[in-house]
Design a protein around this ligand. Structure first.
Ligand code: HEM
Length: 538
């Protein structure tokens, strides 16, 4: 555990390594022995049989046989790129995070994805898109693992296996690859009505982005920032694309699925290779860190809710430019491992129950996907900050750790007494008060409103956008076999808006149901003067 024996950082080894063995003067085995022939197996005579002693044959076939690793359980289809994040310094008063101080340049790797299709599925299907960013900061890696839709289907991570089981292809026929044109998806979202907000975003043009370059990104959850003085604020992260937000039309999306299933991947790589570097601005919505953790009546721990930007403006804090395509898709895009717990000092989590569950899930799945506990040593995952941990051994260990005492304090490797710790630069968990309350399996009452923001979204749409939403619901629900499921979803739409409901019902040839609850009053938002702004920081 001394700094001299640590694993080399990504910066030192160069991410990614650019070995071009196959372009050398001659081929070798994996052991470096020169080969004369890689096209013929060793046989007993020209007509065989093949001899078991042919090590080159066995090594080549063995390695090929094991080239595949499991695809991600969600977000399997993706594309990625390297870039640089430059901070403006505008968040300096809010967080001690060094990479948000003025004019700091931080290398990044971004992976965009669809959620539900498998690795080889088409890019332009109707689905949510992932937008995951790894900032290799000098104080440790920060992963912002977001989506292009600012809300999520569920409020508690314990339902994540359920919503994904419902959204993935049916277990019997393994169709469809697209998100929503099937019975189990609509069964789930009409029974778990907190999903209706995310669903209407999917049915809108946001569900079929034109390009990764024209997508917004959202951290979704509320996070907590802490500054040098120990003061905290609550924030939501936003990525705003420089090119603006643009979508495909449904007809374009369908055609492209056939003509060019790699449309988004190709667009990203072609743009970067031609020097048209994609850009986003990172922004924050900032809220006072009150004990209630609400803002303008919105529960900030409920991931199915947004805070309208009219009530809390998005404040720009830095700029992201993607300027380098991967050298090797597998090594970088496939092996990258994001995690919400990768936080530098100055950024902390909140008690959002969806966020809390994610903190468990990603490490857990990566342990299988990347075969063992050492995937942080894969070049794309290596921090650029110096690493001095006491993690040892395990599958795929690449480091040669010197010393005999990977524990602290010790009296053998110069580790006694253990220095009190580097309080000034270390990550310190914000000592948030934990409620003195009984253990309980229940949502807070503030999570019960499932419709008012769905209605707010619908009412904010232009006529042509509304038309697209009606057509999307009608098309996707039209693929459902069970009539009772269509009727239950129409019932949900009745609680959103009578025109939306009637138009979709007509398209499906079904009766228009009455709402089961009064339509939410969304026009009146709290006066801006009543909202406690904390921007700009002093
Ligand atoms: C993967 C976003 C909720 C489990 C991903 C990825 C993104 C993402 C962008 C792809 C990462 C990559 O490119 O490698 C989100 C967002 C969520 C959310 C924005 C809600 C706000 C959840 C929840 C769970 C979960 C609640 C589980 C409790 C996973 C798993 C992966 C994944 C297992 C695969 C990770 C891997 O194999 O490396 N998520 N997710 N996600 N997510 Fe989520």
């Amino acid at each position: 555990g001394t700094p001299e024996t640590r694993t080399p950082t990504g910066a030192e080894t160069g991410v990614p390594p650019t070995a071009k063995g196959q372009q050398g003067a001659y081929l070798t085995t994996a052991q470096g022995a020169r080969l004369r022939d890689t096209d013929h197996s060793l046989k007993a005579g020209a007509r065989g049989p093949v001899l078991l002693q042919d090590h080159h044959f066995r090594e080549k076939i063995m390695h090929f046989d094991h080239e595949r690793i499991p695809e991600r359980v969600v977000h399997a289809r993706g594309a990625g790129a390297h870039g640089v994040f430059t901070s403006y310094g505008t968040a300096e008063g809010l967080t001690r995070a060094g990479f948000l101080k003025k004019n700091v340049e931080t290398p990044v790797f971004v992976r965009f994805s669809t959620v539900l299709g498998s690795r080889g599925s088409a890019d332009t299907v109707r689905d949510t898109r992932g937008f995951a960013t790894k900032f290799y900061t000098e104080e440790g890696t920060f992963d912002l693992v977001g989506n292009n839709i600012p809300v999520f289907f569920i409020q508690d991570a314990i339902k994540f296996p359920d919503v994904i089981h419902a959204g993935k292809p049916h277990p019997d026929r393994e169709i469809p690859q697209a998100q929503s044109a099937h019975d189990t998806f609509w069964d789930f979202v009409s029974l778990h009505t907190e999903a209706q907000h995310h669903t209407i975003w999917n049915m809108s043009d946001r569900g079929i982005p034109r390009s990764y370059r024209t997508m917004e990104g959202f951290g979704v959850h509320t996070f907590r920032l802490v500054n040098d003085a120990g003061e905290t604020v609550l924030v939501k992260f936003h990525w705003k694309p420089k090119l603006g937000v643009h979508s495909l039309t449904w007809e374009e999306a369908q055609l492209l699925s056939g003509l060019d299933p790699d449309f988004h991947r190709r667009d990203l790589y072609d743009a970067i290779e031609s020097g048209a570097f994609p850009e986003w601005e990172l922004g924050l919505q900032v809220f006072p860190d009150t004990p209630e953790e609400t803002f303008a009546g919105v529960d900030l721990l409920d991931p199915t809710k947004i805070v309208p930007e009219e009530l809390a403006e998005v404040q720009p804090v830095g700029r992201l430019v993607l300027n380098r395509t991967p050298t090797n898709f597998f090594a970088e895009v496939e092996q990258v491992a994001f995690h919400l717990g990768h936080l530098p000092p100055g950024i902390d989590v909140t008690n959002d129950p969806l966020l809390q569950g994610r903190l468990f899930s990603y490490l857990d799945t990566q342990l299988t996907r990347l075969a063992g506990p050492n995937f942080h040593q894969i070049p794309v995952n290596r921090p650029h900050a110096p690493v001095n941990d006491m993690l040892r051994d395990g599958f795929h260990q690449q480091a040669v750790h010197a010393g005999v005492a990977p524990y602290r304090p010790n009296s053998l490797d110069g580790g006694n007494p253990f220095p009190a710790g580097d309080a000034e630069n270390a990550f310190v968990d914000v000592p948030v008060r934990v409620a003195e309350a009984p253990k309980i399996r229940q949502n807070p009452a503030s999570f019960d409103d499932h419709y008012s923001q769905v209605r707010l979204f619908w009412q904010s749409m232009t006529p042509v956008e509304k038309d697209h939403i009606i057509r999307a619901y009608t098309f996707e629900l039209g693929k459902v076999y069970e009539q009772a499921i269509k009727e239950r979803q129409l019932q949900c739409l009745a609680n959103v808006d009578p025109i939306l409901c009637a138009q979709v019902a007509t398209g499906l040839g079904l009766p228009v149901p009455e709402p089961t609850q009064p339509l939410a009053e969304v026009a009146a938002s709290p006066a801006l003067s009543q909202v406690g702004h904390v921007w700009p920081p002093d």
